[in-house]
Structures are given as structure tokens and as C-alpha cells.
Write a protein that binds this ligand. Structure first.
Ligand SMILES: [Fe+2]
Length: 486
């Protein structure tokens, strides 16, 4: 144990030099920790990345990370199972697996929304000098900046809409006109935004709506000499599962397509990401049993594991669940339970939904994509034909399920795992069974289609899938699209 001769003022001063305020409990944690104070301050500042105030939670996370580093371990329990070689290549940066603590109580929901508000408003505070909503009527300024949850949006006439914005101190009516009205009509509610505008009595006339958004160019393009393949929504066990297309895919990825160019692309692939709906599941929608080829969940996962076992073993497969898989429906979802994950070969790494995974310095955010249904049905310019455009809205809002209470159930964890706090290099989604790729501010977006043809249920809801489309991306380089179904 290191005996530290350091007081509160010194710790506060060290943070102030770096431009940070610090919570008193965070200071106490630093003083009582056995780590060197300068190391703790440096690591915490790096982690906070522009935050307004350093919280005790951030300090204790840094302490845990330092302890893990001292033990030579990775942070996530999933990593402990890995070989030394893998540990260097793949790191699970964030995942709810083994960390869920919510019971769905009112207190849990309060803590969840506090976490959402705190994380998103922290991002916004870099660009918006917000004052509390309750003080608007008391200040003697003409202009004002606020940050708050969107409570509701109402169209007043062709040129005007009213947004009700709420922060911890109160609510205010914000009027949006012209182009800003168009932006306002695409607000979902429950997202956190900034507003700059003019004070008009107890209301605000908006000049600008500020989204948390990601910085231009994201993290910049990271160039690597390997490729990553993205698939999702395989639905093993469904009677519409496309056996032949899947077989062709497995032959290709094993470099056995017989086509030199295609085999060369396959040889460059080191990682395969699978964004959920590995199996079709049981009882997921009405009368699903009539559309199953395998009507037992264990047998579905046994078949899935057997199929993945046919893929070459030097490939690392990172697999997360979706709403058809045998884990809780509410997001964030933990990785598949051991009874199913243990069926898969050792090159398959099971993670939760969503999860952040670092592969050789490339940060991939994998999210099944259930909220895309909500976003596409809410915003008229978006469509299932271009799912990557809907994914842009997630990055703009820095949240994977910005609409609360719609089709995406949320588990109220104390830490909102659905906030996009770190800017990824790649975002991978599925769920909507269509295919689309694109770049947004330097981040590669991919929605990775399906391995199931149209189901009766999808016919009824007018969903036209694009099965068997596979995206291959060399970070910083080419994007290829291969079609295994015609
Ligand atoms: Fe699916």
C-alpha cells in the first residue's frame, strides 16, 4: 500500500489544470486509492474526454482498469476465456454480459434516464453553454442555450412547430420555424438535444437544434491489411432458411469458391461479425411454429454451432444475440447463456447486444438494430431499402434506441449501455433483413441482410428482405458486396 500525503485541494487543482471540475466523492476515491495520484488524474482525464465534471463512477472505472492491467487481464469476463494470442487481437470494450443489475423497478428507470441524460448532455456541453431551464425567465439576456430531453413535438401550422424540452429544473416551450421546424418534426422524443435561441417571454424561438452527433471524420480512417465480414439474421431453424446460399457462403469464406478473385478476398478475411438472430427461436411471433424446420431451441442452436464449425478455424467469429435468440428481449441483451454458447467451437466469441469490440485497433460497435423499425416508421424520408440511412440517425443522436416505449424494449441498467459514448470506426447492424452500406463522418455503416427468404409474417407487414448479401470491409480500404442468393 502506498501512503499518500495528498489533500483534497491538491487533487482538485490537478484536475483544474486539465480543465476539469471534480466531484468530492471522486476526490475521496483518489485519495483512498493505492495508485499514484498523477496516474489516476491522467487516466481519468483521458477517459472523461471533455466532460463537465468528473464523477466517482469514472474514477472507480479507471481504478478497476488499472487493477486489471496490474493483473495482466482484460476487463471483460469474456476475455478471460481467451488464448494469449487472441487477447492481443480482440478486446471487448463494452458489453452488459455478466454486469446486468436491473430489476425493472421505478428507481431503476430513474437511474437509467439519469445516466442517459448525464452521458448525452456531457457530450453536448462541449458545444452548448447551457443554463438550467428554470432560470430562463430570470435572466436578462436576449439569447439562451439549453440542453434537455425532448418531451413532445407538436406541429402548429405549416411553418411552425412547438417542442417541449425538459431538464432537471423544469420544462420550456421551444418554437421552431422554417428549416428548423423540419428538423423538429424528425425529433423522436426522449432524445437529448441542445437548443440555442432567443428568449420570448417564458419560451424560446430556436435558432438551432444541436444533436450530440459524432465529430466530422469520426476517429479518422484506420487502415489495416485484413478484412472483416459482416452477417446477421441467419435464422437457423426457420423453414425459410436458405441452406444453399449459406453453403455457398461457407465455401467462399473457406477460400473454396473456385474463383481466384473471390478466394483472394476470402483469404484477406480475419474476422466474421454476426449481429444477432442466429436462430429463428420459438414463439417469437404469432403462429411461428408453422414456419419452423427445427421446432426445438436446443436443436436450433446445435444446428447453428454445427454450421459455424464448418468455417475455417483461423477466422475469429464474434457473435451477438438478437430478438429471436434465447436471451432476454430487453436491450442491452447479454451474450447467449452457457448452455448454448458452449455448443460453439472455440474460435466463436460470444458478446452481448450491443457491444463494442476492438479488433487490432479498429473499434466495431455491433448492435442488432431493433430500434431501426421505430426510426424508419417515424421518419418518412427513411426506408427499409436503405437501412444505413436510418443508422445515421443513431449516430447523430449518439443513442442506439432513442425512442423509448416503442418496439424496442429497454432494460433500465444504471449505466445506459445504449449511449454511443465512444466514436466507433464501424457500426454493424441487422434486424431489418435488408442490405446497405455507407460512410457517415468517416464511420463505416453496414446493415447485413439475412439468410432467410420472406416469411408469411413478413409478407403481412410488407417487408421485402434482401437475403444472402454479404459486406466485406478492409478497414480504411475497399468495401465489397457479395451476393449468395439470386
Ligand atoms: Fe432477424
Amino acid at each position: 500500500m502506498v501512503i499518500k500525503n495528498i489533500d483534497t485541494k491538491t487533487v482538485v487543482a490537478k484536475f483544474a489544470v486539465n480543465g476539469y471540475n471534480v466531484h468530492p466523492d471522486a476526490v475521496r476515491l483518489i485519495i483512498s486509492s493505492s495508485f499514484d495520484v498523477d496516474v489516476l488524474v491522467r487516466e481519468t482525464c483521458a477517459k472523461c474526454n471533455g466532460a463537465f465534471i468528473v464523477t466517482p463512477e469514472e474514477v472507480s472505472e479507471v481504478i478497476k482498469e488499472l487493477q486489471s492491467r496490474m493483473r495482466g487481464e482484460e476487463i471483460n469476463p469474456v476475455n478471460i476465456r481467451r488464448t494469449a494470442e487472441r487477447r492481443e487481437e480482440i478486446r471487448v470494450l463494452k458489453d452488459v454480459t455478466g454486469r446486468s443489475a436491473c430489476r425493472g423497478t421505478v428507481e431503476d428507470f430513474v437511474a437509467y434516464f439519469n445516466s442517459r441524460f448525464e452521458k448525452l448532455s456531457r457530450i453536448l456541453r462541449n458545444r452548448v453553454k447551457a443554463i438550467p431551464v428554470a432560470s430562463i425567465s430570470k435572466i436578462k439576456a436576449e439569447t439562451v442555450e439549453i440542453i434537455g430531453f425532448v418531451n413532445s413535438v407538436r406541429e402548429l401550422n405549416e411553418n411552425r412547430a412547438m417542442i417541449e424540452v425538459e431538464d432537471r429544473t423544469g420544462r420550456v416551450r421551444v418554437y421552431a420555424e422554417g428549416k428548423i421546424k423540419e428538423q423538429a418534426m424528425e425529433l423522436f422524443g426522449d432524445e437529448v438535444i441542445g437548443i440555442t435561441g432567443r428568449i420570448a417571454g417564458r419560451s424560446i424561438i430556436a435558432d438551432r437544434i444541436v444533436f450530440p452527433d459524432i465529430p466530422l471524420n469520426g476517429n479518422g480512417k484506420v487502415r489495416r491489411d485484413f478484412s472483416i465480414v459482416f452477417i446477421s439474421d441467419i435464422h437457423f431453424g426457420s423453414n425459410t432458411f436458405l441452406h444453399e446460399s449459406w453453403k455457398k457462403f461457407v465455401s467462399w469464406i473457406n477460400c473454396e469458391s473456385g474463383n481466384r478473385k473471390l478466394d483472394e478476398i476470402a483469404e484477406s478475411v480475419k474476422y466474421l461479425f454476426v449481429a444477432g438472430d442466429v436462430v429463428d427461436g420459438i414463439g417469437v411471433y404469432p403462429n411461428q411454429e408453422k414456419e419452423l424446420e427445427i421446432d426445438d431451441i436446443n436443436a436450433q442452436y446445435e444446428f447453428a454451432a454445427e454450421q459455424f464449425d464448418r468455417i475455417r478455424k483461423d477466422l475469429k467469429i464474434i457473435l451477438s444475440p438478437g430478438n429471436h435468440d434465447a436471451v432476454r428481449q430487453a436491450e442491452p441483451q447479454p451474450a447467449l447463456p452457457k448452455e448454448f454458447s458452449s455448443l460453439f467451437s472455440s474460435n466463436v466469441i460470444h458478446v452481448g447486444n450491443p457491444s463494442y469490440i476492438d479488433v487490432e485497433g479498429v473499434k466495431v460497435l455491433m448492435y442488432h438494430g431493433r430500434s431501426l423499425d421505430d426510426i424508419i416508421s417515424r421518419v418518412s424520408r427513411l426506408s427499409y431499402e436503405k437501412p444505413h440511412d436510418a443508422m445515421v440517425e443513431l449516430l447523430k443522436r449518439r443513442h442506439l434506441a432513442p425512442l423509448y416505449g416503442e418496439r424496442s424494449p429497454i432494460a433500465p441498467e444504471k449505466d445506459d449501455y445504449l449511449v454511443v459514448d465512444d466514436v466507433p470506426d464501424i457500426v454493424h447492424s441487422g434486424h431489418v433483413h435488408t442490405y446497405g452500406t455507407g460512410f457517415y463522418r468517416g464511420v463505416f455503416l453496414v446493415n447485413s441482410s439475412t439468410w432467410q427468404s420472406q416469411t408469411e409474417f413478413q409478407k403481412k407487414v410488407n417487408l421485402n428482405p434482401m437475403p444472402g448479401n454479404v459486406a466485406i470491409y478492409q478497414p480504411g480500404g475497399n468495401v465489397y458486396r457479395l451476393k449468395f442468393y439470386s
